[in-house]
Structures are given as structure tokens and as C-alpha cells.
Design a protein around this ligand. Structure first.
Ligand code: ATP
Length: 203
């Protein structure tokens, strides 16, 4: 089985995440895509991210009704720092039906992959599927290979979709009481409203 993994903070999950997962699934013939919800991300240590329980629940609401999509709490349940390199190995140990993993990320993160924890362990254990991100140029493959030898042998550089949405812009809109219709699935918008997420703390 071919399994895609879309790792993210999902604060909140948005239509960009769904579109990139759908495109990767179609382009590479993936049977399923796991939305891997991050614990406290190592590269965003100072950010004020929402509680894991909220991000997990929003991810579940976001994928509701999407064939082949599921949510994993593996990184949230692991104590201490969580690294993609460990996650891939843990998945491999637990899952006997997958023979190929495809880690899906945006072009913005492809450029940063070399700075992730033990990136060589990551590319030894999966293919990388990189999705365009508005504002980011086509990655320079020669430079990527120089910085992370072996990456080109496992990289699928897709040229669509291009979706101009980010979790940070959605949080900003909610903070300013602006409309987020169409940027997140309706059930996620409802959850954000109900829980009062991204609103400034009352004084
Ligand atoms: P933030 O704005 O808070 O940085 P984000 O929108 O990038 O958040 P994450 O949960 O951090 O959301 O992203 C998970 C993965 O999805 C990352 O690999 C990121 O590059 C990718 N991604 C998110 N939005 C898009 C998008 N619109 N186009 C392409 N890739 C995206």
C-alpha cells in the first residue's frame, strides 16, 4: 500500500491542506493519506499554538467525508520532542500494510528540510512530495541535492495546486473578526467559533 503523510501544526487545518493531500493522492496513486498532527513543533518553539486537543479535533472535522484520509495522534501522544524521522520509523514498525510512504509538504518546507532533525533518516524512509506554495519560487534542485544528498532520488516536485491560504492568515482574520468562509471546511469554522479560538484574550 502507498501511504501519504501530511505533517502539520494544523492550527487550523485549511482548504490548502485538503487540496494538497487530494492532489498528492491523485498524482501518486496513494491509497490513503494520514494527517499527522504535530505536538509542540521544534521549529516553531516560541509560537503560541493552540492546544493539541483542539488541533486534533479540527483535523478530524476537516477530513470528515474525505475518502482515504485519516488523522493520527502519534506525535501528540509521544512524550518529549517529536521528530518526523522518528515518526516514520514508528509508523513502519506499527504498520505492516504500507510498503511506501510519501511525505507531503509545501515548497516552503522543502527548502527547510535540510534543517529538520536528521533529514537523511527522513529521506531514507519515504518519498517526498512537494506542493507549490504561493510566494515561493520553484526550488533549485541542484542546491537541494548539495544540501541534502540523495533528495533528488526520492523527490516528486508537483506543479499544482497553488492555493493562496495559510493558517497564520486565517488566525489573523479571525482575530480581526473577518470572514473565513471557504478558507477552512465549514465544520472547522464552526469549531473555531464555538471554542473562541484565535480571539485576543479578554482583559
Ligand atoms: P502557518 O501559516 O501557521 O505557518 P501553514 O498554513 O503553513 O501554517 P502547517 O500546518 O504549518 O500550515 O502546514 C503543514 C504543511 O502544509 C507544511 O508542509 C506546509 O508547507 C504545507 N502547506 C500549508 N498550506 C499550504 C499551501 N497553501 N500550499 C502549499 N503547501 C501548504
Amino acid at each position: 500500500m502507498k501511504t501519504g503523510i501530511l505533517g502539520g501544526t494544523f492550527d487550523p487545518p485549511h482548504t490548502g491542506h485538503l487540496e494538497m493531500a487530494r492532489e498528492a493522492k491523485a498524482a501518486l496513486g496513494l491509497e490513503r493519506v494520514l494527517f499527522m498532527v504535530a505536538g509542540q513543533p521544534q521549529l516553531k518553539p516560541n509560537s503560541n499554538i493552540s492546544p493539541a486537543a483542539d488541533r486534533l479535533e479540527m483535523a478530524r472535522l476537516a477530513i470528515d467525508g474525505e475518502e482515504g484520509f485519516s488523522v493520527s495522534a502519534m506525535e501528540i501522544e509521544r512524550s518529549g520532542a517529536t521528530y518526523t524521522a522518528d515518526t516514520l520509523e514508528e509508523l513502519k514498525r506499527q504498520d505492516s500494510v504500507t510498503d511506501r510512504y510519501y511525505f507531503i509538504l509545501g515548497w516552503d518546507n522543502l527548502e527547510k528540510l535540510k534543517d529538520w532533525h536528521q533529514p537523511l533518516r527522513i529521506i531514507e524512509n519515504c518519498y517526498i512530495v512537494a506542493i507549490p506554495r504561493k510566494g515561493y519560487a520553484l526550488p533549485d534542485t541542484e542546491k537541494l541535492e548539495k544540501e541534502l544528498p540523495g533528495i533528488l532520488q526520492c523527490l516528486f516536485l508537483l506543479d499544482k495546486p497553488v492555493i493562496d491560504v495559510s493558517a497564520s492568515s486565517i488566525r489573523q482574520k479571525v482575530r480581526l473578526s473577518q470572514d473565513i468562509t471557504g478558507l477552512v471546511p465549514e465544520k472547522v469554522a464552526g469549531y473555531i467559533r464555538e471554542r473562541g479560538l484565535y480571539k485576543p484574550n479578554p482583559l
